[in-house]
Design a protein around this ligand. Structure first.
Ligand code: GLU
Length: 421
């Protein structure tokens, strides 16, 4: 198995450890995932045939609590990517101070080729294969790329049938009538919005003058764009998996989403001035103040990093910047707000959903939003200040912050120093 992505991701661990006085036991513990399960899902298709799909779930580390992380449906998803995403989730949960470890799941499938009934059978098959691996106090899945509320509903239903009782806390991101939390739908985008607005002064950004480009137009990106636009920021570029559009006079993301729902493409969406269709590469390198990669991993790489014009990169996707590109961006004096902070709003409200399911007591929307803010803003502040004080980039500061919390949990079991004394 190729482990290129994982090997690169794990290097962050060693870099962060250099800035902390932690016991080597901690690094040893975090070297490999705790456990990974691979399965083949054989699904009955609408035409009567059977089709096999590769699927995985990886629980990276559960020292700080049950593992948490989404399930991704994507034609190119693989074990290397799932392990890496589980590793990132471990740090994301630690950065947000949630009592969770990290996990991730995935199915190698192009959902665009499935009917809705096939999608339901595939999602139920996933739970049949992984039910013994997940659990409300063991490992709690959630949506990720190309999975959503109804997929979570089928999965929760299948799990309930298997354990013979409703068990809403086994999965988050559920529809509201099935125990979902108010405010979970836009939480990832809202979290990114909160981080950016909180650092606005430090980053020299303002709604009146700053222009924003987003790559990817899924749930996280749409809500982040919508909230920034409502604040007065000018959204000048957008893309989805099919097309990219640019208008320096501005695009209304709500109108763009309506157009996309209608026409299945962003091409030709309404905008203020003259809308141009551009390539994905041009979009990333376009003239703007803030670039928000919100699609797949490895979009900003060594080859295009020198051409990035944005001063600020807000990573709404997981892992959009390669380590080599990161160096180029840092050396050029750009601020990269790392994924494990920038997109932590989603898992934070997932945590709220899990707490509400366990308590059987549900919170109003304003309470969810206030609680999200009360977590995101202080963690952002801590990371920003640590970066300034120690002369670190924000990613390293975020990893140091997360690792400190994970290390405290590992060390609380006793380290070599304790057993030697
Ligand atoms: N898939 C999302 C992420 O990458 C959310 C995970 C969750 O809510 O557990 O953060």
């Amino acid at each position: 198995m190729a482990t290129a992505l994982f090997t690169k991701a794990r290097k962050r661990l060693k870099e962060a450890a250099k800035h902390l006085d932690i016991h080597p036991d901690v690094i040893e513990r975090l070297k490999y995932p705790k456990e990974t399960l691979a399965a083949t899902l054989v699904v009955r298709m609408d035409d009567g045939s059977s089709k096999a799909f590769k699927a995985w779930r990886c629980r990276y580390d559960d020292t700080r609590g049950p593992t948490k992380g989404g399930i991704r449906y994507h034609p190119r998803v693989n074990l290397d990517e799932i392990m890496t995403l589980a590793f990132w989730m471990t740090f994301k949960c630690a950065v947000a101070g949630l009592p969770f470890g990290g996990a991730k799941g995935g199915v190698q499938v192009d959902t665009k080729t499935l009917s809705k009934t096939e999608l339901e059978r595939l999602s139920r098959a996933y739970i049949q294969a992984f039910a013994r691996f997940i659990g409300p106090d063991r490992d709690i899945p959630a949506p990720d790329m190309y999975t959503n509320g109804i997929v979570m509903a089928w999965m929760a239903d299948e799990y309930a049938a298997m354990v013979d009782q409703p068990s809403p806390a086994v999965i988050t991101g559920k529809p509201i009538p099935l125990g979902g939390s108010l405010g979970r739908d836009d939480a990832t985008g809202r979290g990114g919005h909160l981080v950016l607005r909180h650092l606005e002064g430090e980053l020299g950004l303002s709604p009146a003058t700053s222009r924003i480009v987003l790559q990817g137009f899924g749930n996280a990106s749409y809500h982040c764009a919508r909230l920034l636009h409502a604040d007065g920021y000018r959204i000048i570029g957008l893309s989805d998996s099919r097309s990219a559009v640019y208008d320096p006079d501005g695009i209304d993301p709500v109108a763009a989403m309506e157009h996309k729902r209608d026409k299945h493409s962003l091409a030709g969406c309404p905008s203020k001035g003259k809308l141009r269709e551009i390539t994905n590469e041009e979009l990333l390198e376009s003239e703007c103040d803030v670039l928000i990669p919100a699609a797949l991993e490895n979009q900003i790489i060594l080859e295009n990093a020198p051409n990035i014009k944005a001063r600020v990169i807000l990573e709404l996707a997981n892992g959009p910047t390669s380590p080599a590109a990161d160096k180029v961006l840092n050396q050029a004096g750009k601020t990269v707000i790392p994924d494990i902070l920038a997109n932590s709003g989603g898992v934070t409200v997932s945590y709220f959903e899990w707490v509400q399911n366990k308590a059987g007591y549900y919170w109003p929307l304003d309470e969810v939003r206030a609680k999200l803010k009360s977590i995101i803003e202080p963690e952002t502040r801590t990371i920003w200040e640590a970066a300034q004080e120690r002369g670190l980039d924000m990613r390293t500061a975020a990893y140091v912050h997360g690792l400190r919390r994970i290390a405290a949990a590992v060390e609380a079991h006793g380290t070599k120093a304790y057993f030697d004394s």
